[in-house]
Design a protein around this ligand. Sequence first.
Ligand code: ZN
Ligand code: ZN
Length: 269
Amino acid sequence: MPIDPLACPGVCNRRARRAWEEYDQAVIDHAEAMDIYVEKHSMYRAAFAVWHPPLASPPIEPREPARPEPPAMQVFRANPVWCRRCPRAIRGALYQINETAAVLYADITGHRSAVITGPNAGRKPLNPTEVIELLDNVYGDLVEVAGYWAEARGHPFRPLPSRGSHARNITISYLLGELDNILLHPGSVEFGGKVLHWERKLLNMAKADPASRRSPIRCPRCRDRELYREDDGYFKCRSCERLLTQEEHDDYYADEVDEYDHEQEAHVS
Ligand SMILES: [Zn+2]
Ligand SMILES: [Zn+2]
């Protein structure tokens, strides 16, 4: 049985989707176990029918396998396409994509110090070809959606065929402005999934970048994206001066990625 057909396709139902997948598998396993049980039970009945004292001990009755329980956890309903929470995650991911792409682009185009110190000293710098390829893929997807949407709506917006920050800013601003309406459209299930997927890819790449001092994550205290790696290896928030060790930073990073981790689940239901 699939998850509720009215379920939101977003991250909110990730655990529920997993639970229902496990339940489906448990139902299959149970059916197989029942076949074996029925066969064993008829053998048992046949053996019991001929058993009588003083034969050693009566045959042992096989136990019927327990039927799996359907998951009881809450499934968030979509209205009409997403729940109330997921559009906020998608909006946040679009901002995050824009910021992280800018950080990565600045790194490979040399607008940023290439001197690597601190805990990442000696790590391999990013491969510019890989960065460009990722940025192009991300931008290509965003431009495609923005272009279709503008055409369908008769908006004069025409995305620029360039990978620079300016073109990306314009496209993402347009998408952010239209996002509420886009997310009412059934076709936005794929779009939302992609946005969350690209966000995660960019965050992973930015994290692997030793030249980048700016962290892609939010400050755990003030929520600004102003965490920079200092020479002593700590991360410091330029808004509220909060300090994080590398380890704390990586924990928060993992939380933030996990929050938006959508890759596996985006197209399941
Ligand atoms: Zn949702
Ligand atoms: Zn802060």
